[in-house]
Ligand binder design. Structure first.
Ligand code: F6R
Length: 248
């Protein structure tokens, strides 16, 4: 595990954007395979997506040979809802829809179950040849994607009940009303995440400092899902000073 700390959120985000660009370029365009990149939503990746969009406009990077897969999605929010992750990606990541894969907000087709939709997502990842680069944030309670504390470190894509801590933290996106925040989400599992070839985790702000400390310097345990990253041999943690201030 490699840790890179920066003075500001902007510098940390620029490092992540540069890393993404570097990996896409190194992969190069091939006839058969696409670069498969897994992406988060939330406030953490916003500056990274802005930077990528800028580089794309400047012609320094192209997403033509990239496929994106998202880490998670709320259950029950229509894609048109401003806080659905479908909507978030449309707003923040400019790439043709046919190259984007998101977990369904409800079982699709309607007669299937969430279990079937999640199994299909796993099959999709396998059929794409796995994830080359997985970019993610971290929750204040140490969650990665929506794998809440006590998730199995071997978990696969599934439906999960969101912790009250997570719903409270995310209520800022829902007019500060806890009752507007969905109670459940679909999430890629920790086992699924650990199969990515490379993982980059971005943590910004002092709200993440305790989670970063437990993830990096606590033992590997299911009460801090991000600690599972210690089991992966190719992980880069990028932080600003605030998020790494508790590290010894
Ligand atoms: C979102 C996701 C979550 C967030 C985490 C931090 O797709 O996977 O794990 O990364 O909740 O959220 P922010 O970035 O809003 O602090």
């Amino acid at each position: 595990m490699y840790l890179s700390t920066h003075s500001t959120p902007l510098e940390a985000s620029q490092e992540v954007a540069d890393l993404i660009i570097d990996r896409i370029k190194a992969f190069g365009p091939t006839q058969k395979k696409k670069f498969v990149m897994c992406l988060p939503t939330g406030s953490t990746p916003l500056l990274v997506y802005k930077e990528l969009a800028k580089k794309c406009r400047e012609g320094k990077i192209s997403f033509e040979h990239v496929i994106t897969i998202n880490l998670d999605e709320y259950v029950g929010l229509h894609p048109a809802h401003p806080q659905s992750y479908y909507h978030f990606m449309e707003e923040n990541f400019d790439i043709p829809p046919k190259q984007v894969h998101l977990l369904p907000f409800q079982p699709i087709p309607p007669h299937t179950t969430h279990t079937e939709s999640c199994a299909e997502y796993e099959s999709l990842i396998t059929s794409l040849g796995g994830i080359h680069l997985l970019f993610m944030g971290i929750g204040t309670n140490g969650h990665i994607a929506f794998n809440e504390p006590a998730s199995s470190l071997a978990s696969r894509t599934r439906m999960i009940k969101l912790d009250q801590d997570t719903r409270r933290a995310n209520s800022r996106f829902f007019e500060n009303s806890l009752s507007n925040v969905p109670t459940h989400a679909l999430t890629m599992g920790i086992g699924t995440i650990l199969e990515a070839q490379e993982i980059v985790l971005l943590a910004l702000g002092d709200g993440k400092a305790q989670a970063v400390k437990e993830a990096l310097q606590g033992g590997v345990n299911h009460l801090c899902p991000a600690s599972a990253l210690q089991l992966h041999e190719n992980v880069i943690i990028v932080t600003d000073n605030e998020a790494s201030k508790n590290l010894s």
